[in-house]
Design a binder for this molecule. Structure first.
Ligand SMILES: Nc1nc2c(ncn2[C@@H]2O[C@H](COP(=O)(O)OP(=O)(O)OP(=O)(O)O)[C@@H](O)[C@H]2O)c(=O)[nH]1
Ligand SMILES: [Mg+2]
Length: 462
């Protein structure tokens, strides 16, 4: 057991809901709770309570009754953290929660840090690091896709794949190192190099597939990036606010209102989109506005979908002015021309000439919220999220993606070494590096600093 102290935290959101759960974990959890809990039936204290049972009673400070509660008991190692754990379900009052927390701390508990329960679960071997990270993703999930990926990762789908890979790599390494041990006997070659190449090629395929899945995983987890681009005053910020259903960006008839990038996510038809409002593109001598426009082009490059917003009233002129800048940068992306301010048109809808055929276009009025549903339908069509089966392993975490990219570089060096017939010690060094990067994902070689960064982003009480 790594942790000697006993921690406590309110695990439910403060100030909402009829009940709240306070979680106590650590070697003294049961003893400490026993000092503040009075069971309904005399003589049945928590020390003798069976694991995985509930007990009804009250929390008291001396004679003073604080609340009537239910207490659930888990004994090490069969609990979420792997430690003795007590969960006190009390009424949702913030006052009651504070009183119970105070009593627990006076009785010897320490207030838990963000993510400390999950960190203990990881430290006590209840789950590996990628599973622990999935716990945070599961809590944060707001769409069916995010939920499915987080759940699969938390249940060990990804870890299983990584363990398979590591075993195969260790197998090759052991063959190579056996060869090294007998390197005085030059005629001995324990590892059949062509067999090793086949194995390495297989590993390369699996790692590449995992690394490549990140673009889909990232889109599902963080939202598909949709950049709203166009000339100043086209109505980009107005559209952002309509899509988010929130007054997020400042709208005004002054050209160059938006100078920085504003973004937020919203779920449309079960898909999470990340809408990015940008500074309008125009010639300017204003230094700050120029930086904003530079960022507009960066966001255009990063987007999967581009909404090119055009003031329908002078569409031809806007298209002529920006075609050179926007069309070449939209290759490989979904480009949707959004003719805005259609409310000002006398019903003469047109499709401007000279645009690629595959470009979709739509007339809307952002200000009057007209034809927004149709725009949302176009967005859903453009989203191209492959339908996933529940067993698909999709990488959603940038830390994992980075580690996989490094692992891929190492396995490429292994492959090159094998085909160049390099000596076994070079190759086995690269094999070890590849194993190292895969081990980093599941937290076996991860530094304390990285661990700290991961868990501090969790909420308190989880
Ligand atoms: N008539 C009409 N006016 C609109 C429409 N959408 C936006 N506007 C107006 O156009 C002006 C500019 O709107 P913004 O949303 O600030 O435009 P923008 O593209 O974000 O402008 P910059 O941030 O300067 O690049 C505001 O006065 C809006 O009220 C629309 O559909 N119809
Ligand atoms: Mg704007």
């Amino acid at each position: 057991m790594i942790n000697q102290d006993t921690i406590c935290a309110v695990s439910t959101a403060p100030g909402v809901g009829g009940i709240a759960v306070i979680r106590v974990s650590g070697p003294e959890a049961i003893a400490i709770c026993n000092t503040i809990f009075v069971p309904r039936t005399a003589g049945k204290d928590l020390l003798s309570q069976k694991a995985y049972t509930l007990r009804y009673g009250s929390i008291r400070r001396g004679e003073e009754l604080i609340d009537e509660v239910l207490v659930a008991l888990f004994r090490a190692p069969h609990s979420f953290t792997g430690e003795d754990t007590v969960e006190i379900t009390c009424h949702g009052s913030v006052y009651i929660q504070q009183q119970i927390m105070q009593l627990l701390i006076e009785s010897g508990c320490r207030s838990a840090l963000p993510g400390e329960y999950t960190q203990r679960a990881f430290m006590n071997g209840k789950m590996d690091l990628s599973q622990a990270e999935a716990v945070a993703d599961l809590i944060a999930s707001t769409s069916a896709g995010q939920h499915r990926l987080a759940l699969n990762q938390m249940r060990g789908g990804f870890s299983h794949e990584l363990k398979n890979l590591r075993e195969q790599l260790l197998h090759i390494t052991s063959l190579m190192e056996l060869e090294l041990d007998f390197s005085d006997h030059e005629e001995l070659e324990f590892a059949d190099r062509s067999e090793l190449s086949t194995l390495a090629a297989h590993i390369e395929t699996v790692i590449s597939r995992l690394a490549n899945s990140f673009s889909v995983g990232n889109a599902i987890k963080n939202g598909i990036p949709v950049a709203i681009i166009g000339e100043t005053n086209a109505g980009k910020s107005t559209l952002l606010n309509v899509l988010l259903n929130e007054d997020k960006a400042i709208v005004s008839d002054i050209h160059g209102t938006t100078r920085d990038v504003i973004e937020d996510t919203v779920n449309i038809g079960g898909i999470t989109f990340r809408f990015i409002d940008t500074a309008g593109i125009r010639e300017t001598h204003d230094a700050i506005e120029s930086i904003g426009i530079e960022r507009t082009f960066q966001k255009l490059d990063q987007a999967d979908i581009v909404l090119w917003m055009i003031d329908a009233v002078d569409a031809d002129q806007q298209i002529a002015q920006l075609s050179e800048k926007i069309l070449p940068r939209s290759e490989g992306k979904q480009l949707i021309l959004v003719f805005n301010k259609a409310d000002l048109l006398a019903d003469n809808r047109f499709k401007p000439a000279g645009l690629p055929d595959n470009v979709q276009s739509i007339f809307i009025s952002a200000k009057k919220r007209e034809h927004i549903d149709e725009l949302q339908d176009l967005l859903i069509q453009a989203a191209h999220i492959p339908s996933l089966s529940s067993n698909d392993i999709i990488v959603t975490n940038i830390r994992h993606y980075e580690a996989l990219t490094h692992a891929l570089e190492s396995i490429h060096r292994v492959q090159e070494g094998l085909s160049a017939n390099l000596s076994g010690d070079f190759i086995s060094q690269d094999l070890r590096e590849c194993i190292f990067h895969l081990s980093d994902i599941i937290g076996e070689v991860t530094t304390d600093q990285v661990l700290g960064n991961i868990f501090e982003r969790f909420c308190i009480g989880k």
